[in-house]
Every structure is written in C-alpha cells, then in structure tokens.
Design a protein around this ligand. Structure first.
Ligand code: ISJ
Length: 102
C-alpha cells in the first residue's frame, strides 16, 4: 500500500484518529511557516544591529545582552531553551555562523 492509495501517511488506520492528525498537521504546518518567517526576520534584524554597531565603531557582539536572551529562552522553554537560544543567536551572526555558512 502506498499513501496514494490511502491518503497521507498519518501512522494510523483508524479514520477518526487519522482525520484529527491531518487537522493538527495543517496547524503544525502553519506554525512552522511562521517560525521560519520569524527566524529569518530576527536573523536579518540581528545582522543589521551588528553592522550598525561595527560601522559606528562598536563591537560586533554584546555578550551581556546575549546572556539575557539565553536566560529568556531557558525560562520560557526549559533546559532545551538554552540550545534553541544558541541557534537563534548563531543565525544572526551571518556568514560567521548563519545558514549560508555550510
Ligand atoms: C542584535 C544585537 O547584537 C548581537 C546579537 C544579538 C541577538 O541576536 O539577539 C544579541 C546581542 C549581540 O551580541 C544586539 O545587541 O541587540
């Protein structure tokens, strides 16, 4: 059997459960789209802050501010929040640590 025979692979053959899973997946897809858009917007804003600061003779990074952000994520998301914050901060560092850095 393929998903073409039965609709999307929801991991269950029970129709009511499958319908609910598909409904939840639509919401998950919306949320993921928003996360991606916000992630990119944040990274661009962070890069602009860095460029503005460097152009004005300042430092590229401000570690006290990064610590505040890591603490916000840790408080909001628990211990995994620290890892999320590290990735969020990295995304704002452009070529030194952004997605175009592979
Ligand atoms: C964006 C800034 O610059 C850098 C990037 C940060 C961020 O992505 O949140 C935080 C601190 C700085 O190291 C800032 O100072 O606010």
């Amino acid at each position: 059997m393929t998903s073409a025979d039965n609709g999307p692979d929801t991991g269950t053959s029970q129709p009511a459960a499958s319908d609910r899973i598909q409904q939840l997946r639509r919401r998950i897809d919306e949320i993921d789209g928003q996360i991606i858009d916000l992630w990119q917007e944040r990274a661009a804003a962070s890069r602009e802050v860095g460029a503005t600061r460097i152009a004005s003779g300042g430092t590229r990074l401000v570690l006290s501010r990064e610590r505040e952000i890591m603490e916000r994520y840790r408080q909001g998301l628990g211990p995994d929040g620290t890892q999320v914050a590290l990735l969020v901060l990295r995304a704002g560092r452009g070529p030194l640590g952004g997605i175009d850095d592979a």
